[in-house]
Design a protein around this ligand. Structure first.
Ligand SMILES: [Zn+2]
Length: 218
């Protein structure tokens, strides 16, 4: 099947990315991108460098789909050497990529919002991502909280179960207010456990929110 696509794809990516090639197959649209940057800020000390030390290749990055097609990116990036702290670092124009994840930051943001709208269900998120032509596996879904949203019902249930099982004393606290040393301890425990258990919006849970969720459980 051949399909001619005419679109200004360049504007969809960070400015410094040059599109070397687009391969349109039945399964996906594969973009070969190459950075044309001439400087980048050192992530360690904040100094700008224009000394390119080498190239780095990242491939099979999932991005947002284009019409009905999954979009995959292969990107050649520049590696810079910092003039101040002498460290080498790979650039990340417009914070487009995520460290150690084969998914673009914007695609992951979309999935986070999707996951939130599906009440935190990882299973439904994967299903919808599949309908939406975003190829991904369980491991890539975001663990970072979305700002300014409430705790989802599934996350509330998770907190309530967590406290019920590990801190039964907190359940019986008078007037629904857990004594603050205990509440702080529970919040710390929740922060340590929530990412593993795929409850990203609890990363910033406060003592106040904990008390609210627990008093709802009564
Ligand atoms: Zn530096």
């Amino acid at each position: 099947m051949t399909m001619k696509i005419r679109a200004n794809f360049h504007s969809l990516f960070p400015n410094v990315f040059h599109i070397k090639k687009i391969k349109d197959s039945e399964q996906n649209l594969l973009f070969h991108l190459e950075s044309t940057s001439t400087d980048a800020i050192c992530p360690y000390c904040g100094t700008a460098s224009n000394t390119i030390h080498g190239k780095r290749y990242r491939k099979n990055i999932s991005d947002l789909p284009f019409l009905d097609k999954p979009v995959i990116l292969n990107i050649t990036l520049n590696e810079y050497t910092c003039p101040k702290c002498s460290k080498n670092y790979i650039e990340n124009p417009d914070s487009f990529l995520l460290e150690r994840k084969s998914i673009s930051a914007r695609c992951e943001k979309y999935l986070s919002e999707l996951k939130y709208s599906l009440n935190g269900s990882i299973c439904d998120t994967l299903k919808f991502a599949n309908y939406a032509h975003i190829p991904l596996n369980r491991g890539v879904i975001r663990y970072i909280p979305i700002k300014d949203i409430d705790i989802t019902d599934s996350d509330k249930l998770w907190i309530q179960d967590f406290v019920r099982n590990k801190y039964p004393d907190a359940q019986t606290a008078p007037k629904g207010k857990i004594p603050s040393p205990l509440a702080e301890k529970i919040v710390r425990e929740i922060h340590l456990n929530c990412e593993k258990s795929l409850h990203p919006n609890l990363v910033t849970l406060s003592v106040y929110e904990l008390n609210c969720v627990i008093s709802q459980d009564k």
